[in-house]
Design a protein. Structure first.
Length: 171
């Protein structure tokens, strides 16, 4: 299974110092060049500490950004109101029936679902880590609370609470 990573989950998990979850859960991920540009190059230019963390992590794992051929991106896809990283992730996700796209933008996630692409976001990665006994429920709750209170991670506080509530009901 190819796991394709957009900037949202990459940046969020870098801010939480949880980038290792990608390797623990998926072995390796694909990072489109546009996502690398946004999360590392643009981030470094803006002085975001997490950009350096992401670059170091990717380099340590020899995960190089993947260029996307222009013919992979349909005219219809390029006309959607998405950023270049999201477009690249969806284009790659369409190429394989065994792909999982990790992104947080709800509109982009809806487009993935409409195209039959498996998709999950930052919270889904954390829940998967919990269900695979990589983190405990207490750790999951702590990370959700961190996400909910941080202004630099763009995941709704209500969504964090809703998912935690559902998980606790399952127990």
């Amino acid at each position: 299974m190819e796991v394709i990573l957009d900037s949202g989950p990459l940046i969020a998990l870098a801010k939480l110092n949880l980038l290792s979850l990608f390797e623990k859960l998926y072995g390796e991920v694909t990072i489109p060049q546009a996502v690398y540009q946004e999360s590392v190059m643009d981030g470094k230019n803006k002085g975001y500490e997490d950009a350096w963390t992401i670059e170091l992590f990717l380099n340590q794992h020899n995960w190089s950004p993947r260029k996307i051929d222009a013919e992979m991106i349909s005219d219809e896809l390029s006309r959607l109101n998405l950023d270049t990283g999201e477009i690249a992730c969806i284009a790659l996700g369409q190429n394989s029936s065994e792909s999982l796209v990790l992104l947080d933008d709800e509109y982009a996630r809806e487009i993935c679902r409409d195209r039959g692409i498996r998709v999950k976001g930052t919270l889904g990665v954390l829940v998967e880590a919990y269900r695979n006994d990589i983190i405990t429920l207490n750790e999951l709750e702590f990370h959700f609370e961190q996400i909910a209170m941080r202004e630099d991670i763009w995941v709704a506080q209500e969504l964090c609470a809703e998912i935690l509530h559902r998980l606790k009901k399952e127990m």
